[in-house]
Design a protein around this ligand. Structure first.
Ligand code: BTN
Length: 271
């Protein structure tokens, strides 16, 4: 690695390896996408637990087939990355996979700052603007139906993005944690994220339900579902399904393909 950015790879490794034997930390100056790389490795049979960090992604991917652009940050400085982009890959065998991305979101916001909120299913918001996104993909291991190699990808804006031309730009971590750079943010997040994934493997989403609802950005808001139905969002249930009180009664939304919008358009939808 030949980088001006100083990553705390060893400190992260020391905190995580007791929980995750065989764990390694890898930092790359550039790659297409950390998720794509770990998915390629898993499909080639490389299933060891790894935290793969990229200082720059050339083809970052978001949910629902969207691109994920990481910004160098206004006034870009080589020793400071404008965003944090990483993927954590590990074999997981929970009884029920429902709510995994929500549990990851809960872990991230709890590690970072009390002002951060979660927009179901897995966006991290700050002051009603998107700060971070989560993309989880899995590869079947074939041997047992229950175990899969999970790739948990996280992208967080750290510095103020360069002018986007948008009326409302995305949020960035420096708004609430000035001076915290990408390596420091990763150090705050990594070990707790691994613990959260291990807890999820044993107990499922239930232990994260309260944490999600405490940080729920949609709670009490009138939302519109993709089928046009409107209702009032009422938090998530024990498996992470969004509860929406509609004229037809309580609806539970579990498919992440269903988009849920507050009635007023969200600023980041202009992105
Ligand atoms: C979203 O909000 O749509 C999810 C964005 C996830 C972006 C991260 S950045 C690290 C990892 N590699 C990717 O290509 N995507 C995820």
């Amino acid at each position: 690695m030949n980088s001006a950015i100083r990553w705390s790879a060893e400190a992260i490794w020391e905190a995580v390896v007791p929980e995750l034997p065989g764990f390694t930390v890898e930092v790359l100056p550039q790659i297409d996408s950390t998720n794509s790389e770990l998915m390629r490795r898993a499909r080639a049979g490389r299933l060891e637990p790894v935290l793969l960090v990229a200082e720059q992604q050339t083809a970052g991917r978001g949910r629902l087939g969207r691109d994920w652009h990481s910004d160098a940050g206004a006034g870009a400085n080589k020793a400071m990355s404008g965003s944090l982009t990483f993927s954590l890959g590990l074999p997981l065998s929970p009884l029920d996979w429902s709510g995994l991305s929500l549990a990851v979101g809960v872990s991230l916001v709890q590690s970072l700052h009390p002002d951060l909120r979660l927009k179901w299913p897995n966006d991290v918001w700050l002051h009603e603007r998107k700060l971070a996104g989560i993309l989880i993909e899995t590869v079947s291991l074939g041997n047992t139906a229950a175990t899969r190699y999970a790739v948990v990808g996280v992208g967080i804006n750290i510095k103020e993005p360069e002018a986007t031309g948008l009326a409302t730009p995305p949020a960035w971590l420096g708004e609430v944690l000035p001076g915290v750079d990408a390596p420091q943010a990763l150090l705050r997040i990594a070990a707790a994220l691994v613990r959260a994934l291990k807890a999820f493997e044993v107990h499922g989403f239930a232990p994260f339900q309260t944490g999600f609802n405490e940080r729920d950005a949609l709670g009490g808001l009138t939302v519109t579902l993709s089928d046009g139905t409107t209702g009032v969002a009422q938090g998530v249930d024990r498996v992470g399904a969004l509860r929406v009180h509609t004229a037809q009664g309580l609806k539970k939304i579990s498919s992440s393909e269903v988009s849920v919008r507050p009635l007023k358009p969200l600023p980041y939808e202009n992105l």
